[in-house]
Design a protein around this ligand. Structure first.
Ligand code: CTP
Ligand code: MG
Length: 230
């Protein structure tokens, strides 16, 4: 029995420069839909999530053309210069929910079970958490010239993924404070860490990749079409 209320924010105001495509990467075709439609689908369908804020660039002429744009759970918000500005804008558009799951529009392989992991954590501990995968390779630190300085112990080292789930109010205050301090915030957890609040990292699925470069599209297509109960 779910007791808390949940929203989702999909930051989708980036231009996808590393993808080097004519369209922002969230609108590229992937397994019969666009990337963003895949990224949205499990969040929209999840019964615990009552509202989904999609954050769009000012000149976005693509999202409103998609069928999913008419879904009653969706509201739109304007994007900002950096991802954290877009997320903050999305937070201001949340109507009722106390908790929010922030998920990159560029992560189309999110599964229902990974959303459940985060929601179960919040229901149990009333505390923020993010998805991650543990580092598998041996990790090296180098100098700027590529000379190895040493090997980094990978035992407690993770890749940070999304969704990242926090109290709406806590995340808003943490992001505002980080922006005021001029700190470089690349994910929501960094802002929470800076505020000193607790945050857990939960082992998510390794196929929840972010499409960043052209070669990632083939991998995402494979994951979606070979879908192991996605
Ligand atoms: N994003 C956003 N607002 C920004 C920058 C990024 O909403 N000002 C979103 C992107 O649309 C994406 C997510 O944040 O869904 C993750 O960012 P990233 O993968 O870096 O996407 P882009 O910034 O679009 O790509 P690139 O860095 O290659 O330009
Ligand atoms: Mg970027």
């Amino acid at each position: 029995m779910i007791k808390q209320t949940y929203a989702a924010i999909l930051p989708a105001a980036g231009i996808g420069s590393r993808m080097q495509s004519v369209l922002p990467k969230q609108y590229l075709p992937l397994a019969g839909k666009t990337v963003i439609e895949h990224s949205l689908s499990h969040l929209i369908q999840h019964s615990a999530i009552s509202e989904v804020v999609v954050v769009l660039a000012e000149n976005d002429c693509w999202f409103r053309q998609l069928e999913v744009a008419k879904h009653p759970k969706i509201t739109l918000a304007p994007g900002g210069a950096e991802r954290c500005d877009s997320v903050l804008s999305g937070l201001h558009a949340i109507k009722k929910a106390e908790w929010v799951l922030v998920h990159d529009a560029a992560r189309p392989c999110l599964t229902h079970s990974d959303i459940d992991l985060l929601i179960e954590h919040i229901e149990t501990y009333h505390q923020g958490a993010i998805l991650g995968t543990q580092v598998r390779d041996t990790m090296k630190r180098s100098d700027a010239n590529g000379n190895i300085l040493g090997t980094v112990d990978r035992e407690h080292l993770w890749h940070a993924l999304t969704p990242q789930a926090f109290s709406v109010q806590q995340l808003r205050l943490a992001l505002e404070s980080a922006l005021l301090q001029g700190v470089n915030i690349t994910d929501e957890a960094s802002a929470i860490e800076l505020s000193g609040a607790a945050c857990s990292i939960l082992p998510g699925r390794a196929d929840n990749l972010k499409v960043t470069r052209p070669e990632d599209m083939a991998m995402a297509e494979l994951f979606l079409t070979q879908s192991l109960s996605l």
